[in-house]
Design a protein around this ligand. Structure first.
Ligand SMILES: NC(=O)c1ccc[n+]([C@@H]2O[C@H](COP(=O)([O-])OP(=O)(O)OC[C@H]3O[C@@H](n4cnc5c(N)ncnc54)[C@H](OP(=O)(O)O)[C@@H]3O)[C@@H](O)[C@H]2O)c1
Length: 332
């Protein structure tokens, strides 16, 4: 689907962006792969690794709509990955997070409509479901903007969908590299915020492949949620340090004990497919007869039960300590 097509990735120098580019270069022959981000050093370093003739590096900020419009000229597909995503930084600098994650999202939408891009997928997070911190709240607002964008883009305009997933194993600033560095410094007891904490767990490769697949599935307006395992924090500690010994440091501001990807309140809009869920739009203006139960790949979904909730603590699939050990080796 990406052969001879032009694809733009906002936040293309980030963890997701680099893995996405690597995947596309391996499996497709794109006409152009455009990286859109602010920092020239990150782009310079990425160019040393990804220098295929189709690569283009655009310095630009998602807060700058004009720049986004010029970057999206003749582009077919957009992945919106740029975000400020550190929970404490967002609490301390709320307006900066709003400018990038919400105003930036609207700029991506406006630019995609102005340049008549074909399809856009925006990346979201479990923290956007029933948010308790500003980062999650900005991502929820962004999700709403992308879903609603289908209502203003016109019958022949771009289609917008969202991919929502949980913790990416080993991504910048996440717990696995943090624990690894503590163990390398000789610590034997790792810090734990709460012994019962659980998280959804996905590898970068799984995240990339899920996004690629959803470009094929999407009709516009879906929030795609992959079925992924959960991890208990003490199992993670044991898999990395060999013991369940830990130091309790208390839940941090803006942190939840468990995460949710499909809230119970959205159950009546949610569908279950073999390997994912879809939250369908609550209000649909742009095309009344979209059948979300059958996606563009022909996969069939069925409504979830009335009180269904996709919750990291009640997820039927948890990774074992042994499985976590293997995953740690893979992502090292
Ligand atoms: N990592 C996870 O665990 C996780 C989980 C669920 C969802 N997500 C979502 O997945 C997406 C990608 O995450 P990631 O882990 O790849 O993040 P990341 O490694 O922190 O990368 C973020 C990217 O966004 C760019 N960026 C930040 N502000 C920008 C702005 N104003 N204009 C243009 N570019 C900007 C950064 O480059 P510059 O600084 O050079 O601009 C960088 O390329 C995010 O939307 C995040 O919310 C991540």
């Amino acid at each position: 689907m990406f052969n001879n097509k032009s694809i733009l990735i906002t936040g293309g120098t980030g963890s997701f962006g680099k893995r996405f580019v690597s995947f596309l270069l391996k499996h497709f022959q794109p006409q152009k792969l455009i990286i859109y981000s602010r920092d020239e050093l990150k782009q310079f370093e990425m160019q040393q690794v990804f220098d295929a003739p189709c690569m283009r590096y655009f310095i630009g900020d998602v807060r700058d709509k004009d720049r986004m419009i010029s970057a999206m000229r003749d582009v077919d597909f957009v992945v919106h990955a740029a975000a400020l995503k550190q929970v404490p930084a967002a609490e301390y600098n709320p307006n900066e997070c709003i400018k990038t994650n919400i105003n930036g999202a609207q700029n991506v939408i406006d630019a995609a409509i102005a340049t008549n891009v074909s399809r856009v997928i925006a990346l979201s997070t479990d923290k956007a479901a029933n948010p308790v911190n500003l980062y999650g709240a900005t991502k929820l607002a962004s999700d709403k903007l992308f879903v609603a964008a289908n209502n203003i883009s016109g019958a022949k305009g771009p289609r917008f969908s969202v991919v929502r997933y949980g913790n990416v194993v080993g991504s910048r600033g996440s717990v696995v590299p943090f624990y690894r560095s503590l163990l390398e410094q000789g610590k034997t007891s790792l810090p734990v915020t709460h012994a019962e904490m659980t998280r959804f767990w996905i590898t970068l490769d799984e995240g990339v492949e899920f996004v690629v697949r959803n470009f094929q599935r999407m009709q516009g307006g879906e929030i795609f949620v992959p079925k992924i395992p959960s991890v208990s924090i003490l199992d993670l500690v044991e898999s990395m340090s060999g013991t369940r010994d830990h130091d309790l440091v208390g839940i941090r501001p803006g942190e939840k004990l468990h995460e949710v990807m499909v809230p119970e309140e959205m159950a009546h809009h949610s569908l279950e497919f073999d390997d994912h869920y879809v939250i369908t739009p609550a209000i649909l203006f742009f095309e009344k007869n979209i059948n979300y139960k059958r996606n563009k790949l022909g996969e069939i979904g069925k409504p979830v039960e009335e009180k269904f909730e996709y919750h990291s603590g009640t997820n039927p699939h948890f990774l074992s300590v042994e499985e976590l050990r293997k995953l740690d080796k893979v992502t090292e």
